[in-house]
Design a protein around this ligand. Sequence first.
Ligand code: TYC
Length: 102
Amino acid sequence: PPVTGDDADTAVKTKPKTQRPPLYKVLLLNDDFTPMEFVVHILERLFSMTHAQAIEIMLTVHKKGVAVVGVFSHEVAETKVAQVMELARRQQHPLQCTMEKE
Ligand code: TYC
């Protein structure tokens, strides 16, 4: 006989819940004092950007105030933020870098 509704032979699909770790955006903030070349250097060295990409992102931060410079796991994002802050501190630049959950 035709099956009319949910019963033993009706497959009910349940989506398997794949656990993905949360990702974090690393944000670079503009200020009036940090030299453009220093920001470009940071983006090349710590975020593996080409010189052209680094200039583009630096100018976005300069004009808009903030830009996402990468998306990482919590641990990697924390490390990147710490590395940016340490290089800026060593050169006495007021550059700020933060992270936020995506
Ligand atoms: N606004 C800075 C200047 O005019 C350049 C700058 C760009 C600073 C990006 C910080 O995240 C930054 N020298």
